[in-house]
Design a protein around this ligand. Structure first.
Ligand code: PEP
Length: 258
């Protein structure tokens, strides 16, 4: 982390977990133990039907609510889909885009790029995900793969807009597996992502971009991961479902930075 230049962000991704009633219960428990300090931004990205309950519960707090996906089109005949401006109107601040679980359902890099534009136009902060498979890591192509995903996701994103984008590095082999990247592995890729942003934009933009790590981050390994200079926070699945665990990760972000 480096709080001097960029925001630290601790974001939860609930995936397809919790009902609206369970959301209300979580938020009540979370609010009661939420750290008071302002050392990081806090986001909770929840299933679409849970957004109203989450927004209502967190209205007077500094926690931003987010969605887990959006459609790239502003409106129209897309049964079952949700447009970015609908999320803004519902009170969302963030949207996760290009999560590997959605890519596995057929989402392409072009879809992801279109969604990034839709999110930015709707005033949302996109949390853009990238990550390699175990086979790609073992084949030694992680750096090239991640650079390609980032370049394609950010195509046509202006210098002004990149300031609003958060990037999340999530090695697929570490998501939901309990197998975390080592702090060194995660740092190396996050540093490489910053280099890609620098080449696409400028040193100033690269320095200001928050790059998160995700993949089995939990209350035990968060401190060490967040101590890395280019890891500016976490995108947390499983551990964000339990208020006590999520709070411990937020507390782990309260550490001295360079
Ligand atoms: C995720 O869903 O983005 C994620 C990182 O999940 P987990 O923390 O459970 O590995």
């Amino acid at each position: 982390m480096n709080r001097k230049y960029r925001k630290t962000v601790i974001a939860g991704n609930w995936k397809m977990n919790k009902t609206p009633s369970e959301t209300k219960e979580f938020m009540t428990a979370f609010k009661a133990i939420m750290p008071k300090g302002r050392w990081c931004d806090i986001a909770l990205c929840v299933p679409a039907v849970c957004i109203p309950a989450a927004v209502r519960a967190m209205r007077e707090t500094r926690v931003g609510i987010g969605a887990e996906n959006c459609n790239a089109n502003p409106s129209g005949a897309y049964t079952g889909e949700i447009a970015a401006n609908m999320l803004t109107d519902a009170g969302c601040k963030y949207v996760i885009i290009g999560h590997s679980e959605r890519r596995a359902m057929g989402e392409t890099d072009a879809d992801i790029n279109a969604k990034v534009h839709a999110a930015l136009e709707a005033g949302l902060i996109p949390i853009v995900c990238c990550g390699e498979t175990l086979e790609q890591r073992e084949a030694g192509i992680t750096s090239e793969w991640i650079a390609m995903q980032i370049k394609l996701a950010l195509q046509g994103v202006s210098e002004e807009q990149i300031r609003k984008v958060i990037i999340a590095y999530e090695p697929i082999w570490a998501i939901g597996t309990g197998r975390t990247a080592t702090p060194e592995q995660a740092q190396q890729v996050c540093e490489e992502i910053r280099t890609v942003v620098r080449k696409l934009y400028s040193s100033k933009h690269a320095r200001a971009t928050s790059i998160l790590y995700g993949g089995s981050m939990n209350e035990k390994n968060a401190f060490e991961l967040l101590a890395q200079p280019d890891i500016d926070g976490g995108l947390i699945g499983g551990a964000s479902l339990v208020p006590e665990k999520f709070v411990k990760i937020i507390e782990a972000a309260n550490q001295p930075t360079m």
